[in-house]
Design a protein around this ligand. Structure first.
Ligand SMILES: [Mg+2]
Length: 218
């Protein structure tokens, strides 16, 4: 257990954890915050979809009752196996931290050095050896963020890892478009084929929902 805990390290300075969150701003859950569909395939269905992380504003997350966010790394924050952070993504992370959100990158990457460097640059927590869709990494991330499942969102680009794992932990799941077509060959050949099949069925059933407006009434 101690070894597993040691995998989750705090980066150099984590102002968002010291800030204590934004409890005063928490609203009641809105009417459009409904559970993922039940049934055989429901666990693979994201609660919402977005084109990129930058679409997911702090105001919207607050409205959804979210205080902590678990982030996928490859093809969600940076291109697969890359370290080049887009300025817009860095700015988005800064906005979330400034708004008091607790953030943790949970990645299946086998290159922990790259994950550490990116987490330190973004000043967020990170968890290694997560093995999504297994639940352990998500649970460790929530423990580090001192967050409950009902106030935690998962943002990622893959149904079979990020979304399925997040739904298994009953977190709010948001699917984003992958940043780049370049990825692990098994992901590109197998996982994406399964995803296309699933997304076609979710779309036919009306289960795919874009993000709601960021502020009430807008
Ligand atoms: Mg990914």
């Amino acid at each position: 257990m101690a070894g597993r805990r040691a995998d989750l390290r705090r980066s150099g300075s984590v102002a968002n954890l010291a800030g204590g969150g934004n409890e005063e701003a928490l609203p009641q859950p809105p009417g459009d915050l409904v559970a993922v569909p039940a049934g055989l395939w429901g666990g693979f269905c994201p609660r919402y979809t977005a084109t990129s992380v930058c679409e997911i504003t702090p105001e919207l997350l607050t409205r959804l009752g979210i205080r902590a966010v678990i982030l996928d790394l490859d093809n969600t924050l940076v291109p697969w196996h890359g370290e080049a952070l887009d300025e817009a993504v860095e700015d988005w992370i800064r906005q979330l931290r400034a708004a008091g959100f607790r953030l943790c990158i949970a990645s299946n990457t086998h290159r922990p050095g790259r994950l550490r460097r990116l987490a330190e640059r973004l000043q967020v927590l990170y968890a290694t050896r997560v093995a999504k869709p297994r639940r352990g990494g998500f649970v460790r991330a929530m423990a580090a963020m001192q967050a409950l499942p009902e106030e935690t969102a998962v943002i990622g680009d893959q149904l079979l890892t990020d979304i399925w794992g997040g739904n298994r932990c009953r977190l709010l799941t948001i699917l984003v478009n992958p940043l780049s077509p370049k990825e692990f060959i098994a992901t590109r050949v197998i996982s994406r084929s399964v995803e296309r099949w699933l997304l076609a069925r979710f779309t036919a059933r009306g289960w795919i929902r874009p993000l709601p407006a960021g502020r009430n009434g807008e």
